[in-house]
Design a protein around this ligand. Sequence first.
Ligand code: ATP
Ligand code: MG
Length: 497
Amino acid sequence: MSDTVLEIKNMSKSFAKNKVLNGINLSIKKGSVMGLMGENGAGKSTMMKCLFGIYAKDEGQITLDGRPVNFISPKEALENGVAMVHQELNQCLDRTVMDNLFLGRYPVKFGIIDEQKMFKESMSLFSSLSMSVNPQTIMRTMSVSQRQMVEIAKAVSYNAKIIVLDEPTSSLTEPEVEKLFSIVNSLKAKGVSFVYISHKMDEIFRICDEVSVLRDGSMVYTSPTKDTDMNKLITAMVGRSLDKRFPDVDNTPGEDYLEIKNLSTKYEPRLDDISFKVKKGEIFGLYGLVGAGRSELLESIFGIRTIASGEIILNGKKLRFKSSKDAMDYNFALVTEERKFNGMFGKATIEFNTTITNLDSYKTNGILSKRKMYDAANREIKRMHTKCVSADELISSLSGGNQQKVIIGKWMEREPDVFLLDEPTRGIDVGAKYEIYQLIIQMAKEGKTIIVVSSEMPEILGITNRIAVMSNHRLAGIVDTKDTDQEALLRLSAKYL
Ligand SMILES: Nc1ncnc2c1ncn2[C@@H]1O[C@H](COP(=O)(O)OP(=O)(O)OP(=O)(O)O)[C@@H](O)[C@H]1O
Ligand SMILES: [Mg+2]
């Protein structure tokens, strides 16, 4: 077919004995967007990494513009018009934006790098995408969402025919998502095609022309987006239908337990005079636009940001945590949003990652018990339904969503009394999300106090008792979840803008 730009036929891939892709076919039309969905560990990222030359496929043929291709490195893929923006960003954080854009293809003049040219080309790239980024900014100083946009710009700069976006919006702000979609649409009009990997249904329906579903390494479903619906996709993904997205929030919050009183922080972004109380056994949501200060608030409670003034009071007792260790001694736990930087030891096993923060409880007569650690890792694998070969597997070899499950499991092991969750279901598939909601509600029923940050409106409305809304580093209001709606939350989140 002449309008097909990419054709993948009968592709298979195993890691040792683990067959991850099983005779997959996929065909992508010129100037169109193919959505790719599937549970955590279904094989989405692996499939695209085989295309992109990061992994060598075991079997199969790839045809690009009618030509058989077999890229053996990302460089070769890029030079032939295939670009990929990864789920876990892999950037040189201490280098500038333009260094990252031109990595591996620096323009050279008289034997030295032509920085002026790099600067000019970076500027014109950003302006063609209507993005305002200074090419000389050091990557580390930018937010994750800005870094993600740089990565997308980089894909565009290669004049790619096919751009793979692997969960591109997981850390983008609302306006940035809109920006991304307008970039995708304008490139589509120029004949560029996309593979769009996402767990977010609304995005799939907005931006994709077709959608395919992978289940356990097999391609089980492909349809034009207009001929399918959410239930069909979920059924294809999990093999059964989910009749509702959220379990019943049937916990009964008790007495006031944790109080935050006039809390302000010392360094930017500075939290300004925040006060609220959370009950024992309550699920307390924190909503706000990205950048409103929600993560900073959790981090301040957890002792990893410097408090300028104010108090944190637990059960009548004033606390002043100087580090996360202090917080953990009081049985606080924090699941962070950026697992790669904050929560995870990539070069270690699932077992290590599960037990590392909790070693004292795996000792027998003062000596670490290998058996207890192994059991703990397996307990959490079972509880979180983590897809892996065994607890000895390196966490870095798990799919993105399954890594997140290991991190949540690690904190579950501590049976925290106050559980702070920052975007806990980011990157997690629909079925597993439901299970995490059940865990959260269960913990609340056991009397744990839970504060959960989420940018997903339906989620925050679906699993909390009350919601505090932050706006520009201040508290804009607190509402009862059953008496509020999306509009009210949005209005509050704009209160101090
Ligand atoms: N480098 C690797 N070594 C060993 N196993 C791997 C490696 N990369 C992926 N796998 C395994 O392949 C399977 C598919 O993983 P993949 O990352 O493709 O899933 P995914 O569909 O992208 O999931 P997610 O939605 O969580 O990102 C998983 O079971 C994972 O453990
Ligand atoms: Mg993935």
